[in-house]
Design a protein around this ligand. Structure first.
Ligand code: GDP
Ligand code: MG
Length: 370
């Protein structure tokens, strides 16, 4: 039985009607703004938007915004999340390694860094920066294609001896399309043929106007190899982060995005997740794409067990039923029953969508033969 109109549902969630219709379409339901939908469908939509849903009676539902929507006074500053992009061999991996070793905690006992797909650097000032450890445009685009926004700032690496190359331009396009601000790292300035000013000039042609040329994009000269300028680059990232006013509510059920996932022989399915809001704790029940789990252990980028992880922190999560995909959103839910419901629905939907694609493909084949 239909119990609520799309418009009313949108109003109660404080979302735009068009977005609710879009979400319904993703769930395979075609509805107009004035049409009514049933409680089951409404519940799924509400869940997808991250709000709380409660059936009050057969004819009424309650959509809980309280405690779910993050009011301004609950928001606290969070660390920026950074992706490094640039042309092959311009030094992305070298720079990520160099930056990783600027972590003050790396020097502490047992502070050996583990490769979990992301790491967080704590500076001597106490400020933190999270780096996604998978350089390259593919990971970035794959995430974006899934609707996940994991990156706050792109660090565009350009080798000072090589200048702007095809993948540099591609990276600029990606950052722009995702509406993510850039900080340029002009790398390899230790090389005798390095020409950082030429890089600054060349960036103009791609409408990247650096500060020295009257623009707003910071360009920092670095050498990943000689470890020059790393502190300046980090300062630039933090300055950019300040402009973005990155904040999140740590006191709510956690939600975020899967950075990578694998099936580990000894430990079972393991996912590295980036917490974007709330705090993920041991014992929490969560869904991630078509999988769910109960957090058995959280392991940070130093290989240390942790009781919880807050906004902008990457952690390995143990306790999943299967491996989700990179870019899948994860969300803590109130019960195992709920987790099973959501994943069963999502798996069914994925299967149906695949079915539709296959059917369409065979139709097209049929017609192409005519
Ligand atoms: P990626 O393909 O962008 O990840 O580039 P890599 O980090 O693998 O670096 C490519 C090559 O450039 C390697 O041989 C690095 O040792 C070298 N390299 C990286 N950064 C620097 C630097 O700052 N100075 C010099 N001289 N070589 C560098
Ligand atoms: Mg590399």
């Amino acid at each position: 039985p239909e119990i609520i109109t799309v418009q009313e549902l949108a109003n109660r969630m404080a979302e735009r009607g068009a977005d609710v219709i879009k979400q319904l379409m993703r769930l395979g339901v075609m509805a107009t703004i004035n049409q009514s939908i049933d409680a089951d469908t409404a519940e799924l939509v509400v869940q997808e938007f991250g709000h709380r849903f409660k059936r009050v009676s057969d004819s009424d539902v309650e959509i809980g915004l309280e405690g779910e929507v993050d009011h301004d006074d609950h928001l606290e500053p969070r660390a920026p999340v950074v992706t490094v992009m640039g042309h092959v061999d311009h030094g992305k991996t070298s720079l990520l390694d160099a930056l990783r070793s600027t972590d003050v905690a790396a020097g502490e006992a047992g502070g050996i860094t583990q490769h979990i797909g992301a790491y967080q650097v704590k500076l001597s000032t106490g400020q933190k920066i999270t780096f996604l450890d998978t350089p390259g445009h593919e990971a970035f685009t794959a995430m974006r294609a899934r609707g996940a926004k994991a990156t706050d700032i792109v660090v565009l690496v350009v080798a000072a001896d090589d200048g702007i190359m095809p993948q540099t331009i591609e990276a600029i396009r990606h950052a722009r399309a995702a509406n993510v601000p850039m900080v340029v790292a002009i790398n390899k300035i230790d090389k005798p043929d390095a020409n950082p000013n030429k890089v600054r000039q060349a960036l103009l042609q791609h409408e990247v106007i650096v500060e020295e040329l009257g623009g707003e994009v910071q360009a920092i000269e670095v050498s990943a190899k000689s470890r020059v300028g790393l502190d300046k680059l980090e300062e630039a990232i933090l300055l950019q982060a300040e402009i973005l006013e990155l904040r999140a509510n740590p006191d709510r059920d956690a939600a975020g995005v899967v950075i990578e996932a694998k099936l580990d022989r000894g430990r079972g399915p393991v996912a590295t997740v980036l917490v974007q809001k709330g705090t993920l704790k041991i014992g929490d029940i969560f869904v991630a794409g078509g999988e769910w789990g109960k957090v058995r252990a959280l392991i940070d980028d130093h290989g240390k067990q942790r009781p919880s992880a807050g906004p902008s922190e990457p952690v390995e999560v143990l306790g999943l039923t299967g491996a989700p995909a990179a870019g899948d959103e994860f969300q803590v839910v109130e019960s195992e029953v709920r987790a099973r419901e959501v994943t069963a629905f999502r798996q069914r939907r994925t299967k149906e969508q695949r079915g539709v694609t296959v059917a369409r493909a065979s139709l097209e084949q049929m017609f192409s033969k005519i």
